[in-house]
Design a binder for this molecule. Structure first.
Ligand code: NAP
Length: 519
């Protein structure tokens, strides 16, 4: 059985005790084991601070961008093998595996290009300079300097390649070394990505370290110049936020957590129109892609009452054609959930929703997968529910079922009501609105914009080029208020803000301007 290794302090570390086993979600056979026992976490952190940080900060943005470009190329060169590995060990379909891996290489390449554009400088300027005194002899400006510590990057299980790459891209370009920890259940893919990068000898010592297994006492050593970027459940996030030294040192913490994302259909949308078709296509994809194990997946769907029956029957029809099973079978379009725990949580979640919603599609039980031996595998069919009392459906607005499960409800045709219903989810990563009525959309955004990190505005004008509400593009920010964690990642250069500090410069104009242009 394969034992996954960590890469810390310039060496591979292979534990000999304390293992957690990883299972193939189709066969339920053990495919690997992980453990971080024996890692000196304090030394790992020091290694990043004393070796990786100084090396990175000496590099210009263009040079850091070159490192990201090399990472992207190295992973892309092994794309096929990584996709196979993902298929074999995480139960994902080929299409979903590509989504993860191509997302990883594209995001690295995107930030590589930003580095190139920033060129030979090493710090970012923030806004324009201005006179502080009577004249410009006393002058002020802001710049952003990289943190002097390390970035701890803890990821969720659902995007083992992309999650790792998108966080590393931002911190490395900012000049801050990363210590990356994947979720154990899908760590095989991340571990192979790191092996590829180490084998290719792309990154200087200490720039990127990798912990496979538990984080041990790592967080207890973090200080004011370090940062913690976490993606995962709200429950784990709360635990981490409470870590005493993070609070005492004002260590930066960014949280990407649960989200009850919503899709809203406007009352102007005619059945059969481009916008209607886009809505149905998006909602179907967002329920089934990655078997619904996507932080941006649609969990709640709000439609005008007059369209409820049509939407229910169209979606049930589309979702009913999804083939759930072992991705090795060519007819399969949706794989299993990733682990026994995910299946258990998913089934319990459906039961919770059923208190206020009725099942329209799906049984609320585990199913056998197509192309897989009966009785094995963590399979759950696409599940659609209808909650007749949208406002009273508290479970639907509060409980994220991390699987191919969504609930349909109605709004009263007004943008204010639709926005108020979406807000019951207490903060989403993404809310998608389908309408060609600009005034309706504008009222919705005014009332509900503050409750979401991203508004995906589906209309006939963009339908042809639309990529789906669940796609996280590096150009736009990712993160949402409230329940979604309150964090913010990506968004072009905005993604570097978390890893840099804004510092105000006040002095002679000549000195201030030359510092802001620091090379
Ligand atoms: P999870 O159980 O909270 O785990 C997330 C990560 O935290 C894993 O790497 C896990 O490691 C680690 N972890 C757990 N306890 C820890 C501790 N005490 N100290 C340090 N690290 C710890 O979440 P998950 O099951 O992997 O992911 C599913 C959840 O993530 C869903 O709720 C989903 O909404 C959310 N999610 C959010 C986003 C977003 O961008 N907002 C994206 C993806 C997923 P181990 O696996 O080794 O325990």
């Amino acid at each position: 059985m394969k034992t996954l290794r960590s890469h810390v302090c310039g060496h591979w570390h292979e534990a000999t005790t304390g293992f957690t086993e990883l299972h193939d979600p189709c066969s339920e056979q053990v495919v690997a084991r992980v453990s971080s026992v024996g890692i000196d976490f304090r030394a790992t952190l020091e290694h990043a601070r004393s070796k990786g940080g100084p090396t990175l900060r000496q590099l210009t943005f263009a040079q850091r961008g070159d490192l990201l470009q090399s990472m992207s190329k190295a992973l892309y060169a092994d794309r096929d093998a990584l996709i196979e590995l993902s298929l074999q060990t995480t139960g994902t379909t080929r299409k979903d595996a590509k989504f993860d891996l191509d997302g990883a290489t594209a995001t690295l390449a995107f930030y590589a290009n930003l580095g190139k554009e920033l060129g030979n400088r090493r710090v970012l300027v923030d806004g324009e300079g201005l006179a502080l005194g009577r004249t410009e002899r006393f002058y002020g400006r802001h710049m952003r300097v990289p943190l002097l510590g390390a970035a701890i990057q803890i990821n969720a299980f659902n995007f083992p390649a992309w999650g790792f790459a998108e966080k590393a891209a931002c911190s490395l370009l900012a000049g801050v070394p990363a210590i990356s920890k994947p979720a154990s259940s899908t760590a095989m893919v991340t571990a192979r990505c790191v092996e590829i990068l180490v084998e290719a000898n792309i990154l200087p010592d200490g720039v990127l370290q990798f912990i496979c297994g538990e984080a041990g006492d790592l967080l207890s050593h973090l200080g004011p110049q370090d940062a913690l970027a976490f993606t995962g459940s709200a429950a784990t996030a709360l635990k981490l936020r409470r870590t005493e030294n993070l609070l005492a040192s004002s260590t930066r913490v960014n949280i990407e957590a649960d989200s009850l994302n919503a899709a809203v259909l406007g009352p102007d949308v005619a059945v059969g129109s481009d916008t209607w078709n886009l809505f149905l296509k998006d909602v179907e994809r967002e329920i089934t892609q990655k078997t619904g194990q996507k932080c941006t997946a649609v969990r709640r769907v709000f439609v005008p009452a007059s369209m409820l029956d049509t939407v229910l029957s169209e979606l049930a029809d589309r979702l009913g054609r999804v083939v759930t099973g072992n991705p090795a079978d060519p007819s399969v379009t949706m794989g299993p959930l990733t682990s026994a725990r995910q299946l258990e949580d998913g089934l319990a979640g459906i039961t919770t929703l059923q208190a206020q919603a009725r099942l329209v599609l799906g049984s609320g039980h585990r199913i056998d997968g197509v192309g897989n031996p009966a009785g094995t595998g963590f399979f759950l069919a696409p599940t659609l529910l209808h909650a007749p009392e949208a406002r009273a459906a508290t479970a639907v607005h509060n409980h994220e079922v991390f699987g191919p499960v969504a609930t349909i409800m109605t709004h009263d045709d007004s943008a204010a009501d639709a926005a108020a219903l979406v807000a019951l989810g207490q903060g989403t990563l993404v809310t998608s609105v389908y309408s060609d009525d600009d005034a309706w959309v504008s009222r919705f955004v005014e009332a509900g914009g503050a409750w979401t990190g991203r508004l995906y505005l589906g209309s006939s004008k963009m339908a042809e080029q639309a990529m789906g509400s669940g796609l996280v593009l590096p150009q736009s920010i990712h993160g949402g208020p409230g329940r979604a964690g309150g964090g913010e990642e990506l968004g072009g250069l905005r993604g570097l803000e978390f890893y840099t500090r804004r510092v105000a410069l006040q002095g002679s104009r000549k000195m201030v301007e030359s510092l802001a242009e620091m090379r």
